[in-house]
Design a protein around this ligand. Structure first.
Ligand code: PFF
Length: 459
């Protein structure tokens, strides 16, 4: 039962900007470079691209389609589509697990996004001047040790997210992405130009694109696959929620290709730029982990002409990218409370923001007081949340979406949403979604997750 009807975004391009805004985020600029560095470079990039193509793109089409068909938030959308298709109510787990995954991801995402707020301040107050690898590491370690500061920035980013959602679907979400996304692209191009001139550009390209078969492993495949879900915001209903606001006369296939292409381009450009700076900075390795962006780039910014300006530009860009993602993490839950119970969007976003904020306190502490504590699978609290949501919940949600759209929805349900697609796309998409995507996800999940779980239970 729903109390409220959805609005539809009127302005052309709003859906693409919003979906790209959700997709492009810390996953592209912060996470992709460091997990590529940790997993060997080229081979990892290849596995990641294969996952985007064979799993990400078909599932994204499925998610948008579900949202637009039902024109409701993911929880109600799955419930309504179960009824339409005569499928078991059990499939509504897609909506519920998705909303939960959104809260879990938001809880640690705002902690990392908070670091970027601190780094804008660092850039503005000249803290990068003359930094070398060691002093930059010290600056970063100092921030991680200061839990009060981490909590303050985590709170700030959560409130920034709540503010946009509280403003509503048109005045909040749509206006935000229309301003922030073009700004982000301009800033990224400035950065790329700078890296090409000042960084070790060719070494970086070689690192990102030279393939080394020894680097292939199930664990790396799992990380690549989990990341393909994370970076495209798939498997948890964020894209489904936005799909509900997408006008009916837009092609789903073309839109998805555009979003996936933009997202991949941003990740590759950010990776090439960041590694160009890494290789130009003595004493820093590409496998430096989560600190990669926060340790290497300030050294580069601190030692170049116009470093303050470029530094501020860079971290503001990351803030915009993260902000347009955090709003999409909370939107499914907010829309649900609003449409199902008539709760105002202000109250709904405050409520869910508070839940995510509370869950995030553990992530704040995992960088200081709890740094030795292990939670799931021998990992820190932060890593546990990330692993659970990214490598388990999102792929599982993705499999369920693929199976539901592939097997449960009938042609007449799908064709209604796919009026503008080419015959070739239709011929390929359905079998891929029915067979290839779920099987691929399950194989990687089983081979990647089981050894990790077994390792823990055997001990
Ligand atoms: N796609 C975002 C990123 O790459 O940073 C993260 C994300 C946003 C994941 C929204 C999932 C989601 F629903």
């Amino acid at each position: 039962m729903r109390l409220k009807q959805h609005v539809i975004w009127g302005q052309r391009g709003s859906f693409i900007l919003a979906a790209t805004g959700s997709a492009v985020g810390l996953g592209n600029i912060w996470k992709f470079p460091y997990i590529t560095g940790e997993n060997g470079g080229g081979a990892f990039v290849l596995m990641y691209l294969a996952c985007i193509l064979l799993i990400g793109i078909p599932i994204m089409m499925g998610e948008i389609l579900m949202g637009r068909r039902a024109r409701a938030n993911p929880i109600l959308a799955t419930a309504e589509l179960c009824e339409t298709a005569g499928a078991s109510k059990g499939w509504t787990v897609i909506g519920w697990m998705g909303a939960l995954a959104g809260l879990v991801i938001l809880s640690f995402y705002t902690v990392i996004a908070g670091w970027t707020l601190e780094y804008v301040e660092n850039a503005l107050t000249g803290k990068f001047a003359g930094l070398d690898g060691e002093s930059s590491q010290r600056l970063f370690d100092g921030l991680l040790a200061d839990k009060g500061k981490l909590l303050q920035w985590h709170t700030a980013f959560t409130l920034m997210t709540v503010a946009i959602l509280a403003l509503g679907v048109t005045r909040g979400l749509e206006s935000a992405v229309r301003v922030m996304m073009p700004a982000l692209f301009v800033l990224l191009l400035v950065l790329l130009g700078y890296a090409a001139v000042e960084g070790e550009f060719v070494t970086s390209l070689r690192f990102m694109f030279s393939f080394n078969p020894e680097d292939l492993s199930w664990e790396a495949a799992l990380i690549a696959m989990g990341h393909s879900f994370f970076t495209l915001s798939l498997g948890m209903g964020a894209i489904m929620a936005y799909g509900a606001y997408m006008p009916s006369n837009q092609s789903v296939g073309q839109t998805v290709l555009m979003v996936a292409l933009l997202d991949t381009l941003v990740a590759l450009v950010a990776g090439v730029a960041i590694f160009a700076f890494v290789f130009a900075t003595p004493g820093i390795s590409p496998g430096a982990g989560p600190g990669l962006m926060f340790v290497t780039l300030p050294v580069a910014f601190g030692n170049m002409s116009a470093g303050i300006v470029i530094g501020v530009i860079f971290f503001v860009m990351v803030i915009l990218a993260a902000w347009t993602s955090t709003i999409s993490l909370l939107e499914p839950g907010v829309a649900y409370l609003n449409e199902r119970f008539g709760l105002s969007r202000i109250l709904a976003s405050l409520l869910l923001g508070a839940v995510a904020w509370t869950l995030g306190i553990g992530s704040v502490l995992s960088f200081n007081d709890w740094s030795d504590k292990q939670f799931l699978w021998g990992k820190s609290y932060f890593d546990s949340m990330d692993f659970l949501a990214t490598n388990i919940m999102l792929p599982l949600g993705g499999v369920l979406i693929a199976l539901f759209v592939g097997w449960k929805l009938r042609d007449e349900h799908l064709l209604h949403e796919l009026k503008f697609e080419s015959a070739a796309l239709l011929r390929w998409w359905r079998p891929i979604l029915k067979y290839l995507s779920p099987v691929a996800v399950l194989i990687v999940l089983i081979n990647g997750v089981f050894p990790i779980l077994r390792g823990v239970f055997v001990e």
